[in-house]
Structures are given as C-alpha cells and as structure tokens.
Design a protein around this ligand. Structure first.
Ligand code: SF4
Ligand code: SF4
Length: 455
C-alpha cells in the first residue's frame, strides 16, 4: 500500500508534467512565447510538487490521492452538467441585402460620378463617414501607417490576380449533360473541390436571402437588380496561414489574406468551369465579383457558425479561413445545417476579439436582431476606417480568437471539449487566458518577411 500511493503520485506527476512539457514544445513551434513559459513552468512546478508529495508520510499521500480523485470526479460531473445552454433563435434574414451598402462598394464611389450621387441620395446617412474614410491613406497605400515598400508588393500582386479572375467566373455550359445520380456527382464534386485545394466543402439549396439584391461592387451595372436562379450553392473554405496571421496587424496579415482571396477564387473558378463542362450552369463568386453573401452561404452549407466578430467560425480553424462559393443548376445533395449553439455560448463569455479590436468595432453585447436574424454585427465603418489608416486589413480579431489555434492534436482536444460541455467552455477560456494572455501581443512573422529597403 505504501509503495502503491508513492507510485500513483509519481505516475500522476509524470503524466501532468510530461503533458505540459509536450504542450510547451508545441507552443515553441507555434511561436507562442507566453504559452511556452507557462507550460514549462507548470511542468517543473508539477514535477517538484509530485516528487515532494511522494516523499510525504503514507497517510498524507493517501489523503492527497483522495483529494485528486475527488477533483477529477468533480470535473467529470461538471463536464456533463447542462451549463451554458443557448436558446436557439431565428438567424435567417427576412430580406435580401443590397451590395451597394457594403463598405468595399461604398469605398469605390468617386465624387461627381452618377454612382456616387445615386448612392448618397438613397443613403445620406453614410456620406460623412464614407468621405472621412476616403480621406484616409487607404489599404496598401504608401502613406499608411504600416506601409512596407517590399512586403506590400505581394498583396498587390495577389489582388491583381483576383481582379483578373473576376471575368472568369461564368461561361456557357457544354451542350450535353452528363448522366450521373445526385449522390454520385455530389461525392465527386466535393472530392474534386478538396483536390483543387479547399479545406472544407458544403452544399446548401440557394435561398433568396443568400443573394445580394443589387450590384454594388461586382462586375456588371452598378445598382442593377441581381437575378440568380441557380438551385444550389457549393461553399468552400481555404485556410489562412497561422504564422502569417499571427503578425497581425502588420504587413504579413494582408499578404496572407490577399493570397487566400486568390486561392478561394481560383478553386471556385475551377469548380465552376468543371460543372459547366458537365453541361450545367455554374458561376463562381469571388472577391470583387460576388452575387451572393459568401459567409451566409457557407454557414447554411454547414461549414460553421457566425461568431462575435461577425465572421464564419469553422470547427477546426475558427475564423482563420477565406470563403469561396459556386452556384449551380447541377442537381446535388445538400448538407444538413444544425445551429452550433456551442460557438454562440463560447462567444457570449469570451469577448476576446472585442477587447483586442484597435478600433473598438466589435460589440460586447449579446447578439441583436437585424432583418429578423439574430447575429453579432461589428461596425464595418470604424473597422474599415482603421484599415485605411494602417494600410493592412488588421486581422487582430482573427488572431486572438481561441478558435484560431492551429489544427493539431492538442488544440483539437480542447475543441472536442468545447463542442460538448458548457463547463469545459468556461474552463477552456480560463486556460486560453492563462496560456496566451487576455491581450496577446502579435507573434513574430516568418523570418523571410524580415526584410527592409537598404538606404
Ligand atoms: S475571440 Fe472569442 S468572442 Fe471573439 S469570435 Fe473568437 S471566440 Fe468569439
Ligand atoms: S479587423 Fe481589426 S479593426 Fe476590424 S474588427 Fe477585427 S480587430 Fe477590429
């Protein structure tokens, strides 16, 4: 019995310290300096504690094992208690959204043009804000705060390629339709979309509220009503690199987001082309030429849920994704969407993005209803105005989000718990704050981006 309690304590101590040390090595690879310090300090303290405990008198050791067992049992019981249950609310918008209202469309308006006059005649409330935003240096501008003459060439190149793809989103379908069942063709299209480079793929019936009501930024006549009679929408995500995003809000973040706009556009354009070759109408929806609200389509296709920062939160990468969409007439099998109340519960208690947002654009309050749909809404005007000052698309909210950690065993274990237990969500948030801090500093960018102009 004496030896049993000693061995038990040493075993518990070994598991505790080795797990923390292993997490420390994971954190080194992730360049999470605070997590490295916390992990290795915890591993050493744990080892010392359990070695000392193993040398205590037998009766004290037995008491300690009893206390540890009680704590573990309590944890297991709490894991299964119905804490943080969210009442699901309607999150389907009752109206179509006008693309002319989005900030990118408004930013394109030039004073004196008919588009400018017509928009501000309809929405005079936006004029002051938009004129103020246009007076700022602008995204990727040499006058912006984080301008980098070398690094900014990469996003410029990526945006140029996305622009070139805007005219390739649509085309004429082949005259003969391929004969396959919806089940067969759905499996093929999904695998092929992965093969082209997508991380996740989902399918939803195309709904009227997915489609913008009027063209604001996309190719075509400004202000023209959008008619899109396709039956299905294929949503796809591509991952934004964890290391590049960690340097937000500096230049690497806009390099990465521009690169992934290209990737999502490329995959969508390729998938649409394949479907047209099979004899069915298909249109890709890509940056600068959307007819649908891509994150809304992706949510309904079962790829994630909207979080506090208004972005699609995917199960494995959180908000660290870009979304592309293909709409089509090809008969497909849609995926079922189930509302992920666990993400909503986590966002209710977390608020880390709101605390870290430099422009204070993210709400601290509960979700609100707009067009009958419950959802968090950021202030896009103040967010975009901040981008126009710093020259990058910021991305601090994405980087600090506890869902945005890399897709690996350690973080997936936490994600597994988060998706199953309200108590665990609260515990995981506490752990996230402990390991990464409530206001984490930007992580070091990849070494190759550390380059400057020689004088
Ligand atoms: S940082 Fe927290 S509150 Fe914000 S989106 Fe991520 S999980 Fe939700
Ligand atoms: S991108 Fe930056 S400014 Fe915009 S909401 Fe996120 S943290 Fe705030």
């Amino acid at each position: 019995m004496e030896q049993f309690t000693q061995i038990t304590l040493l075993l518990i101590g070994s598991v505790f310290s080795l797990s923390l040390a292993a997490f420390g090595f994971v954190s080194i690879a992730e360049k999470e300096q605070r997590a490295v310090r916390v992990s290795f300090s915890g591993a050493v303290l744990g080892a010392v504690f359990f070695i000392l405990a193993a040398s205590l008198p037998a009766s004290t050791r037995a008491t300690l094992i009893f206390i540890l067992t009680a704590i573990l049992t309590g944890f297991v019981i709490l894991f299964f208690l119905p804490i943080g249950i969210i009442k699901t609310e309607n999150d389907i918008p009752s109206k179509r959204f006008d693309e002319r209202k989005i900030m990118f469309a408004r930013a394109n308006l030039k004073s004196g043009t008919p588009e400018y006059e017509s928009y501000y005649a309809l929405h005079p409330e936006d004029k002051l804000t938009d004129d103020g935003s246009r007076d700022k240096p602008g995204l990727l501008s040499p006058q912006s705060k984080f301008f980098d003459p070398i690094l900014f060439t990469a996003p410029n190149a990526s945006f140029a390629l996305t622009s070139a793809l805007r005219d390739a989103v649509d085309g004429t379908p082949a005259s003969e339709k391929i004969a396959l069942t919806p089940i067969e063709i759905t499996a093929y299209i999904k695998e092929m979309t992965h093969y082209f480079g997508a991380l996740d793929v989902g399918i939803t019936p195309l709904q009227p509220y997915h489609i913008y009501s009027h063209t604001g930024r996309g190719v075509g006549i400004y202000g023209a009503p959008i008619e899109l009679d396709h039956k299905y929408a294929i949503a796809l995500t591509v991952e934004m690199d964890f290391e590049m995003m960690g340097a937000a809000p500096y230049a690497p973040v806009v390099m990465e987001s521009a690169k992934q706009y290209v990737e999502s556009a490329r995959v969508a354009v390729q998938v649409a082309e394949v479907i047209r070759s099979l004899g069915y109408a298909a249109r890709a929806h890509i940056d600068g030429n959307y007819q649908v609200i891509a994150p809304l389509v992706a949510r309904d296709a079962g790829l994630g849920e909207f979080g506090r920062m208004s972005l699609l939160m995917t199960p494995q990468e959180g908000p660290r994704v870009r979304v592309g969409v293909v709409t089509t007439d090809l008969p497909l099998v849609a995926d079922a969407r189930s509302i992920d109340a666990t993400t909503i519960d986590f966002c209710n208690i977390c608020k880390k993005c709101a605390e870290n947002c430099p422009s204070k654009s993210i709400p601290f309050d509960e979700r609100e209803k707009v067009d009958d749909a419950a959802r968090w809404h950021i202030n896009p005007d103040t967010c975009f105005a901040y981008w126009n000052v710093i020259g990058t698309d910021c991305g601090r909210c994405m980087t600090v989000c506890p869902y945005a950690h890399p897709n690996n065993f350690a973080h997936n274990l936490v994600r597994w718990g988060i998706a199953r237990s309200g108590f665990f969500r609260r515990f995981a948030l506490w752990m996230d704050n402990l390991f990464y801090g409530r206001k984490p500093a930007p992580r070091p960018a990849p070494a190759w981006t550390d380059i400057s102009v020689k004088q």
